[in-house]
Design a binder for this molecule. Structure first.
Ligand code: IFM
Length: 733
C-alpha cells in the first residue's frame, strides 16, 4: 500500500494509548470505533461511539452513548495476558489504511524463549452501517497452549455514564446477542456477534472462551462479524445482522473496499511534490468521511467526531462553518442531511430563544437530537478551586444562528437545490433573523442596530458589544433572508404566499440596512469588538508567562480577558469567510495585526489564518498554518484540557479546515451564487494540485499545474460561468 494512504506507528508507549484511540479511529457515519487494541477495555478508552443517540444519567451531562464492544478479544497463556500494557513486546505496529478504512495491528510478544504474535485487521463497513468485522490471527514460534476469549464487552467507557440498563445476553444458535436500553429515554440497543473458525468454546456471560493448542510455527485465525443497532433499527436487527454474517468476512471486506473507492473517486485531492501534505490532507478527508451522516438527516456531526463523548457528542458551529463546504462540494447528499438536521431542530432553537427572553430561533451552542442546548452555563472547571466557572458560550455566542443561515444558503448556492428552502429552510432563516432583530438594540442617535453583550468566536472575551464577526454574519443573514424570499417566490409561489401571510416582514429591510457592520479604522484594522483596542497590548507569550499552573483557563476573568490576546481567529475568521468582500490591503493588515495576539487555543483557528494568508498570496505564511490544521489528529498537538475538563478526541472542524485551505486558499476557489473562480497560488513545493468539485449539478475535475488550470466537466457546462484568475474560461467536457 502506497505510503500516502497509511498512518503507521511502530513501537509501543503507554502514554500513546489515549491519543492513538483517536488517531487510528474507524467509522462509517453510524458509529465510530476508537483506535484501541482488541484486548483493551474501558480503562484504555475503547469505545463504539454511536451517532445520534444521547442519554442522561441523573443530573450529569447528557452525552452520546457508547455501545458494548463486540470485537473485544484477548489472548492469554496461563497468567500472561497478551497486551502490550502487561506483557513484554519485541515488536508492535499499529496501522490505519485510510484508503479503505482498515485498522491493523501486529504485536510480537516475548514468551519464555519464544514469541507469540497477534495480528488483527478490522473495519466498520461503509456499505452496511450496522456491521463491523474482525480477523484475528495468533502464531507461536515455539507452539503452546493458549486461552482465547472473545465476545461483547459490556464494560463500556463513559464520561458521564453509565447510560445502559437492563442488559441481557443470549446465545441463539451461533449468534451471541446483548440487548439493553438507555437510562433516560429507554431507547433499545442490540449488539450481535458471530465467529467463524473459532474453536469449540464455553460461553460465559457475553464471552466465548476457548483453548487453542499450537504446534511450533503454527498459526490460528478466526473471523468475527458484529452488528450494532439502536432505536427503530432494533426490530429488524437480527435478520439484517445474520444476512451480513452469512456473507462472510471476505465478501463484506470486498464491498467495503468498493464503497471506499467510490468515496475517494468523488473527493480525493491529489498534491504532487509534497508527500507529507498529501497524507495529512487525505487523512483529514478520511476523518470527514467516517463521520458523515449518509443515511440520516436526524443527527449532526459531533465536535469530536465519533471518537467519544467529549463535548457531549454534540454538534457545534464547527459543522456548518468548517465541514459543510467539503460535503457541499464532494457529497451533496450528505450536505443536505446536515442542513436538514438543523431544520428538524428548529423547534429546539425556538425554545432556546424563548428561554433567554427573545423570539425567533437561537440555535443550540451544543446540539443533540432535539436541538435543545446541551451546553451548560458552567462549562469549565477552575483549575485552582475545582469549582465550575460561569461561561457565556450558551447564552451569548449568538453568531450560531447566523452560521446556520450561512450554511443553508451555501448549500443552495453550491448545489442549486432549493428544495430545502421550500421544506423548512426559509422558515429557519426567517426565525434566525427575527431572533437577531429581537436581540438587537436600536441606537437612535446613531441610526443603527447593534448587537451587544455577546461572545464572538474568541471565547476569552465574553459579553462584548458589536463583535465584528457576529455583526457581519448577522448582516449577511438578513441579506440572505431577502434573497431566500425572492427565490422561494420565484420557485414555490404557494409556499411564499403562505410564508408572507403568516409573518409581516416590513422590519427586515430596515434591519438589513441599518445593522452596524464594523468598518476598518484609519490603519485598515477592524476592531474585534467595542473597546478591544484599549485592552492591554501584550502577546501570547507574555500571557503564557503569567500562568501559575499549566491548563489554567484564560477566559472568564482569566489571564487573557483584560488583554488583546484571543483564543481563536475572530476578525480573521470573518475575513476567511467573506474574503471576496475585503481588499487585499485590509486582509493583510488584519492578518498581521491579529496574528501575534492569537493563541490558537482552539483547533478551529489555524485554518482561518491559512486561508486568508493564501488568499492574499502569501503561501509562506499560509503553509505552516495549513499543516498545523491538517496534522492536528496525526500529531496529537491539540489542546487536551480546558481548565480541568478533558477535551481530547478527533478534530473534524480542523479536518474540514484543511480541505477548505487547499481548495479555497491554495487553489483559490471562490464563488458567488452564480459564478465560480479559480485563482491558484500553490505553495512553492506543490508541483500540481487536482481535485473534483460538484458545482451546480456538474462534477468538475480541476487540475492545477504551475499557473496552468485545466477544468473538465462530466456534463455540458456552457451555462456555468467559470473564470480563472478572473478571466472567462470554457470548460471542456
Ligand atoms: O466550536 C468550538 C469553539 O469555537 C471553540 N471551542 C471548541 C468548540 C468545539 O469544537
Amino acid at each position: 500500500m502506497d505510503k500516502q494512504w497509511l498512518v503507521e506507528k511502530t513501537g509501543f508507549e503507554t502514554r500513546d494509548v489515549e491519543l492513538h484511540g483517536s488517531k487510528f479511529l474507524l467509522g462509517n457515519g453510524y458509529m465510530g470505533y476508537r483506535g484501541t487494541l482488541e484486548e483493551y477495555g474501558a480503562k484504555e478508552l475503547a469505545a463504539v461511539n454511536l451517532a445520534g443517540l444521547f442519554d442522561r444519567n441523573g443530573d450529569r451531562w447528557r452525552e452520546s452513548v457508547n455501545a458494548p464492544n463486540p470485537l473485544y478479544t484477548v489472548l492469554a497463556a496461563g497468567e500472561t495476558v497478551f497486551s502490550p500494557l502487561t506483557a513484554k513486546t519485541d515488536d508492535h505496529r499499529q496501522t490505519l489504511n485510510i484508503r479503505h478504512g482498515f485498522h491493523t495491528r501486529k504485536t510480537v510478544f516475548a514468551l519464555g524463549e519464544g514469541t507469540v504474535t497477534v495480528e488483527a485487521e478490522r473495519f466498520l463497513s461503509m456499505e452496511r452501517e450496522h456491521i463491523m468485522a474482525l480477523r484475528y490471527t495468533v502464531s507461536a514460534d515455539r507452539g503452546g497452549t493458549f486461552t482465547l476469549k472473545t465476545g461483547i464487552d459490556q464494560n463500556v467507557w463513559d464520561i458521564n455514564g453509565p447510560h445502559l440498563k437492563d442488559g441481557e445476553t443470549a446465545l441463539c444458535e451461533q449468534t451471541l446477542c446483548y440487548t439493553c436500553r438507555t437510562v433516560q429515554n429507554e431507547v433499545p440497543l442490540a449488539v450481535y456477534e458471530q465467529v467463524c473458525g473459532f474453536p469449540p468454546e464455553q460461553t460465559r456471560e457475553s464471552m466465548r472462551v476457548a483453548t487453542i493448542s499450537l504446534a511450533a510455527g503454527e498459526s490460528f485465525t478466526f473471523t468475527k462479524i458484529a452488528g450494532v443497532y439502536w432505536g427503530e433499527s432494533v426490530p429488524g436487527a437480527r435478520q439484517d445482522f445474520e444476512t451480513a454474517a452469512a456473507a462472510g468476512y471476505d465478501a463484506l471486506k470486498n464491498e467495503h473496499i468498493r464503497a471506499w473507492e467510490e468515496i475517494w473517486n468523488r473527493c480525493d485531492v491529489i498534491i504532487e511534490g509534497d508527500e507529507e501534505a498529501q497524507l495529512a490532507l487525505r487523512y483529514s478527508m478520511y476523518q470527514l468521511n467516517i463521520i458523515a451522516p449518509k443515511n440520516t438527516d436526524r443527527c449532526g456531526i459531533p465536535a469530536r467526531g465519533l471518537s467519544g463523548q467529549v463535548y457531549k457528542g454534540a454538534a457545534f458551529w464547527d459543522t456548518e462553518m468548517f465541514m459543510l463546504p467539503f460535503f457541499c462540494f464532494t457529497n451533496p447528499a450528505v450536505a443536505k442531511n446536515l442542513v436538514k438536521y438543523r431544520v428538524h431542530t428548529l423547534e429546539g432553537a425556538k425554545r432556546k430563544a424563548k428561554e433567554f427572553g427573545h423570539e425567533g430561533a437561537f440555535f443550540a451552542w451544543e446540539s443533540q437530537e432535539t436541538g435543545d442546548d446541551a451546553c451548560t452555563l458552567f462549562n469549565v472547571t477552575d483549575i485552582f478551586t475545582g469549582r465550575p466557572l460561569r461561561t457565556y458560550f450558551k447564552d451569548k455566542q449568538i453568531h450560531i444562528s447566523a452560521d446556520m443561515v450561512y450554511a443553508m444558503w451555501n448549500y443552495c448556492s453550491v448545489t442549486q437545490d432549493y428544495t430545502v428552502l421550500r421544506d423548512g429552510g426559509l422558515e429557519l432563516i426567517a426565525e434566525c433573523v427575527w431572533f437577531y432583530y429581537t436581540y438587537s438594540s436600536f441606537k437612535k442617535y446613531q441610526d443603527r442596530y447593534e448587537l451587544n453583550d455577546v461572545v464572538g468566536p474568541d471565547e476569552y472575551h465574553e459579553r462584548v458589544d458589536n463583535n465584528a464577526f457576529t455583526n457581519c454574519m448577522v448582516f449577511h443573514a438578513a441579506k440572505t433572508l431577502i434573497k431566500a424570499m425572492e427565490k422561494v417566490k420565484e420557485l414555490y409561489p404557494a409556499v411564499y404566499q403562505a410564508f408572507t401571510e403568516k409573518r409581516p416582514m416590513d422590519w427586515l429591510y430596515d434591519f438589513a440596512e441599518k445593522l452596524y457592520v464594523v468598518q476598518p479604522n484609519e490603519n485598515g484594522i477592524i476592531e474585534q469588538f467595542d473597546g478591544y483596542f484599549k485592552l492591554e497590548d501584550v502577546d501570547v507569550k507574555t500571557v503564557r508567562s503569567r500562568e501559575l499552573k499549566p491548563n489554567e483557563y484564560w477566559g472568564g476573568h482569566g489571564l487573557a480577558s483584560t488583554t488583546r490576546v484571543l483564543k481563536q481567529a475572530d476578525v480573521v475568521m470573518m475575513l476567511s469567510v467573506y474574503r471576496n468582500e475585503y481588499s487585499k490591503e485590509i486582509k493583510s493588515a488584519n492578518w498581521a495585526f491579529y496574528e501575534p495576539y492569537t493563541e490558537h487555543g482552539s483547533s478551529l483557528s489555524a485554518c482561518a489564518y491559512a486561508i486568508v494568508a493564501a488568499d492574499i498570496g502569501d503561501t509562506d505564511w499560509a503553509y505552516p498554518y495549513f499543516m498545523k490544521t491538517a496534522c492536528v489528529d496525526l500529531s496529537g498537538d491539540a489542546k487536551q484540557y480546558l481548565g480541568s475538563l478533558y477535551i481530547g478526541g478527533t478534530h473534524p472542524a480542523a479536518n474540514g479546515g484543511s480541505w477548505n485551505t487547499a481548495i479555497f486558499g491554495f487553489a483559490g476557489v471562490s464563488y458567488t451564487d452564480d459564478s465560480l473562480d479559480i485563482s491558484p497560488r500553490l505553495p512553492k513545493k506543490w508541483r500540481s494540485l487536482s481535485f473534483r468539485l460538484n458545482w451546480h449539478g456538474a462534477c468538475l475535475l480541476i487540475e492545477i499545474t504551475g499557473d496552468q488550470v485545466r477544468i473538465t466537466s462530466d456534463c455540458p457546462v456552457e451555462t456555468l460561468p467559470i473564470t480563472v484568475n478572473g478571466e472567462k474560461y470554457h470548460a471542456k467536457q
